[in-house]
Structure formats: structure tokens, C-alpha cells
Design a protein around this ligand. Structure first.
Ligand SMILES: [Zn+2]
Length: 576
């Protein structure tokens, strides 16, 4: 059970989590989160708004819900009687409060549900009010923030309540088409028709700590299955683990998270970040390669002095900076987004919103680790189909919001396990390759360590493909190649040389556009310097792409990959 926020006039309140008797004012100062055990008490919509939006900024929408009892529903009490009681008990006209406000000075439209009002149920009036909030967001060109708390559709309105799932969803779809961010904040509880529509079909889904969300409630599932439910079933942590939500956020951090999301969406919409003055000049030596057509940078690249096998070993070094390391050092303000929304959150792929030199973008990369424990937890950077689908979801979100995508590739290859095959690994990689080839936003890929086969390409169909000096990029691992084409796996060093998998070789082949220099002797000896080099290289290649119209960008990207065909291989098609 969850505590209900204390009513006016009560001095003390008992926590439903730990039964502590708490001084009401102290509890409210702590946002109705128990200071003893962290229990998040349910909030009334007006209190929720007070916590989330800038002071004095909320303006309710002018719309009033119509008085409706569309099917003249009667159980032990008539529906109008229950409505009147809910209105008297809450001081609200309906189970949702809608309006416009600013959050961290970013304007948005909001709809905040109130569970006290007939269990936050979704009826025709609630659906209509949320739809009008969405339409207002569309009209104003601002994001929509939904805070959900509901048992589901309102039974007293029959099928008309069910239809509201579609009504509100199509309003969300209109915002999606317009490239306007939609965010839902799941609070406890969010179930049924609300969970199966606008609580989860928004761009970003946050779950407040302590929230539970599901389509069917635990009691129903227990009755139907006749089984006990697993510990923590449908809790926020469960939802995160199963890829249903982007993040779990404690109440005190909720406002800050929303500010970060709204800031990124606003930047994408205005393309404001193009105008941000550079914080540090790009070194004069690098941009020369930028102006060149792709594939010519090899001329300026250092000669392949190092042996290919030595480079393979450096690329795999456990001390090498990982994607999360770069997000911490080369980028700022990373807000990680989780999950494929289909049932899993792959730990081998990380992604989310971040800033590069003050500019907002989406960063997606493979994540390895430095210790054995980290490597095992991240599956050695080998993405599952869920990882590829998470990456795809984030790429598409970036494109909708007008944000560029930077990918950091460091994987031995896609997960070769049984489960991955069952869940469609091949199709997941294929879909990413296809979608990236038409993604209407700038994409810069950087091979930071191992660029292993299809799993690497699933993040690397980009406008510019860069490679760290000691990274490798290959169709197969040298060991795998040796096992197939040589008498034994011991021939891996020879295979490494034969595969032409180092940066200088790939620059010459045109597969890679530019090399990112590493500190001497390699990135893991000075991760800060490696991060600086990566930041400068990405900026140097990304900035010129920003003014290219999306259609041109996509056409050039397709040409970039088209030219790896016959012409480059020296074939003469049709010649005899
Ligand atoms: Zn407590």
C-alpha cells in the first residue's frame, strides 16, 4: 500500500512504507517522500504541478469538462452521484488537470492525472481534456508532458471510455509527426487503458521511484494464472529491466530530468545549437580533412607503421576508454535513455541525450568495461537484438527532434547467442542498417576500439565514419578468419594483416573518412587527451553537416555507400 499525501490541517502523517509518524510540514518539504524509508506518497495533481513547474507559470486550459453520463450507468450508486462525490472530495472538475507552464523556463503543455478522482480513470472528459492539452502543444509548438496515475478506462462510460485510448493516442501521433517531444511520467499506479496508450506511446517514458505500471493488474494476473507473482513485479525497477521505461527517477530529481529533456528538444527544434559560439577553436591541422570529399583523408593519415596484429591488441585493451568514459569526458550532460520498449534493455548498448561543446545531440554506443565483472555485465559490448532496437529507437527519436546522432562503435560483434537468434538478431541488424541509410539527420560514427562486423555496421552507416588511430574495423575477427581460411587459429596475426583492418588501410579504401589521433602510445595511457581528440574530430566533421538539408544529407550518405561497389573494386560492369 502507498500512503496518500496528507490533507490540509493535519499536523502528522503516518508513512505507509515504514509506519513512521512524520511531521507534515517536514514531509511536504521533502516532496512527500518519507525521509526515513524513501516511500513516495501519492500526490494530488495540484501538488504535483507545484513541484514540477516554475512558480506562477501554470495557466489552466480554459476548457471545462462537459457534464456527461453517456450510457446512464448505474451500479449501487448512479454515475453522476459518484462524479459529484469525487468533485467534492478533490476540488477538481475531473481526474486530470491540464494547462501550459514553463519548466526551467522551457514552455510546455501538461496534463497531470489525479488518482483520488475515481481512481484516475480515463473517461470521455479526461480523454478530451488531455487531447486538448496535446492540441495546445501542437499549436504552440512546445513539448507535451503527461503525468499519469490511473487504474485504467472508466467503466461507467463503457466503450466510449475505451475509445479514449485511441483519441489521445492520435493526438500524441500528431505531435510525433510535428517533431514535438512528448514525455510521460509514470506515477503509482498506472494501469490498463492509460498504460496501454499515452503513458507508454510517448517519446520518453520516465517512471517515478515507487511507481508500478502494467496492462493487467497483479490481482487479475494472479487470478488468471493461479500463480504467485515474482518479487518486484511491475515495479519501476522491473519496468527498467524489461525495457519498458527510459529511466527511473526519484521525485526530487524529476524536475531536473524534465528540464534536461525539454532543453534538448528545444535546441533540436530551433536548431539553436548551430549558432552556439565555439568554446574552443578547432585546431588548424584537422579541418583540412573536413573540406575534402570522403575517402581522401588517407593522404594526410599517418602511415601504417604499426603491425596490424599489434593494433588489434591495442584496440581490445581493457584499459581503453569506453563509450561511458567518453560520455563523461568528451561530452557533457548525458541523460541515458533505456530500453527497446519490447521487453529488454541491452547493457551492451548505451545511448541518450548529451551535449558536445554546448550543443545538444543523441549519442549511442557499444559499452564494454575495464574489469572482468564489468565486461561480463555488459556482455563484452556484444549487442542483443534489444540493443539494436534500443539504438534504432533513439536514432529515430533524434531525427524527429532535429538532433544529430553520434555513434561510438566498440564491439567484437553482435551477440552470437541462442537467445539473440531467437529474438531476430539478423533482422535487428538489418533494420538498423536500412534505417540509418535514410535517417534524416546528420550521423557521425566513430570506431573507438573494435569495429566487429555487422554489429559494428549496425551503428556505423553514417555521413562521416571516423576511426581512432589504434582502432580496427573488420568483416570478421582475425581469429575467426584464421580458423576458416588458415590451417589453425594461430594464424590470427597473419589474418589481421591480410584483412586490412587498420585505420590507415581503411582510409585508403575509403571506408573511413578520417583518423582521430591517440595520445602516445595509446588512448588508455591518457584518456583525457583521447577524449579531447575525439571531441575535436567529431565537431570538425559534424559542424559542416548541420546546414545540409536532410534530403541532401541522405542522398550523399547513400552515394557514400553506393561507391563501395564495382567501381572501387576496379570492375567494369558490362565490359567484355
Ligand atoms: Zn517511511
Amino acid at each position: 500500500m502507498t500512503a496518500t499525501a496528507p490533507r490540509e490541517g493535519e499536523l502528522w502523517s503516518r508513512c505507509a512504507g515504514c509506519a513512521s509518524l512524520l511531521y507534515r510540514k517536514r514531509l511536504r518539504r521533502n516532496l512527500d517522500v518519507c525521509p526515513e524509508c524513501g516511500e513516495h506518497a501519492r500526490l494530488a495533481a495540484p501538488e504535483r504541478l507545484r513541484q514540477l513547474v516554475d512558480a506562477e507559470s501554470f495557466t489552466p486550459l480554459p476548457d471545462r469538462p462537459a457534464e456527461v453520463d453517456p450510457i446512464e450507468f448505474v451500479d449501487v450508486l448512479s454515475y453522476p452521484h459518484r462524479l459529484s462525490a469525487a468533485r467534492a472530495g478533490t476540488g477538481l472538475a475531473e481526474a486530470v488537470v491540464c494547462g501550459t507552464a514553463t519548466i526551467g523556463r522551457h514552455p510546455c503543455a501538461l496534463a497531470v492525472m489525479d488518482f483520488r478522482f475515481l481512481g484516475g480513470s480515463l473517461g470521455a472528459a479526461v480523454g478530451e481534456l488531455i487531447t486538448r492539452a496535446a492540441e495546445r502543444a501542437l499549436e504552440d509548438g512546445v513539448p507535451l508532458v503527461l503525468v499519469t496515475a490511473s487504474g485504467g478506462a472508466r467503466m461507467q462510460e463503457g466503450a466510449l471510455a475505451l475509445m479514449q485510448m485511441a483519441t489521445v493516442s492520435q493526438a500524441i501521433a500528431a505531435l510525433r509527426e510535428a517533431g514535438l517531444l512528448t514525455v510521460s511520467v509514470l506515477t503509482d499506479p498506472t494501469y490498463g487503458g492509460v498504460a496501454a496508450s499515452f503513458a507508454t506511446n510517448t517519446d520518453v517514458v520516465l517512471a517515478e521511484s515507487g511507481a508500478r505500471m502494467g496492462f493487467a493488474g497483479p490481482r487479475v494476473i494472479r487470478q488468471v494464472t493461479g500463480r504467485a507473482l515474482p518479487e518486484g513485479f511491475q515495479t519501476a525497477a522491473f519496468l527498467l529491466r524489461h525495457g519498458q521505461v527510459d529511466m527511473v527517477v526519484p521525485r526530487h530529481a524529476l524536475r531536473g530530468r524534465l528540464v534536461a529533456l525539454l532543453a534538448a528538444a528545444r535546441a533540436g527544434r530551433r536548431r539553436a545549437w548551430r549558432a552556439v559560439p565555439r568554446q574552443a577553436p578547432v585546431p588548424a591541422a584537422r579541418p583540412a580533412a573536413v573540406a575534402d570529399p570522403p575517402g581522401t583523408a588517407a593522404d594526410a593519415a599517418p602511415a601504417a607503421g604499426a603491425d596490424a596484429w599489434a593494433t588489434v591488441r591495442l584496440a581490445r585493451h581493457p584499459g581503453r576508454p569506453t563509450t561511458l568514459d567518453y560520455l563523461d569526458t568528451a561530452f557533457e550532460g548525458f541523460v541515458e535513455l533505456h530500453g527497446d520498449r519490447l521487453g529488454a534493455d541491452c547493457p551492451a548498448v548505451v545511448g541518450g541525450l548529451a551535449r558536445l561543446d554546448g550543443r545538444h545531440l543523441m549519442v549511442i554506443g557499444h559499452q564494454k568495461g575495464h574489469t572482468t565483472g564489468e565486461l561480463v555485465a555488459r556482455n563484452f559490448g556484444m549487442a542483443s537484438p534489444a540493443g539494436h532496437r534500443k539504438a534504432l529507437r533513439l536514432m529515430r527519436l533524434a531525427a524527429r527532434l532535429g538532433l544529430p546522432v553520434v555513434t561510438l562503435v566498440d564491439t567484437p560483434g553482435a551477440d552470437p547467442g541462442v537467445g539473440a537468434e531467437e529474438q531476430g538478431q539478423a533482422a535487428a541488424i538489418a533494420e538498423n542498417i536500412l534505417s540509418l541509410s535514410v535517417l534524416p539527420t546528420p550521423v557521425v560514427a566513430v570506431i573507438t576500439g573494435e569495429g566487429g562486423s555487422g554489429g559494428a555496421l549496425a551503428l556505423a552507416v553514417a555521413d562521416r565514419v571516423l576511426m581512432l588511430q589504434h582502432a580496427v574495423y573488420s568483416v570478421i575477427s582475425p581469429e575467426g578468419c584464421a580458423a576458416i581460411l588458415w590451417p589453425d587459429r594461430g594464424a590470427a596475426p597473419q589474418a589481421a594483416r591480410a584483412l586490412r583492418l587498420t585505420g590507415p588501410d581503411l582510409c585508403r579504401l575509403g571506408v573511413v573518412d578520417d583518423l582521430v589521433p591517440e595520445p602516445v602510445p595509446a588512448a588508455h595511457h591518457d584518456p583525457e587527451a583521447a577524449a579531447r581528440a575525439l571531441r575535436e574530430a567529431v565537431l570538425a566533421h559534424l559542424l559542416p553537416l548541420l546546414d545540409v538539408p536532410p534530403a541532401t544529407l541522405v542522398r550523399r550518405r547513400r552515394q557514400r555507400f553506393r561507391r563501395f561497389g564495382a567501381a572501387r573494386a576496379g570492375l567494369r560492369m558490362g565490359a567484355r
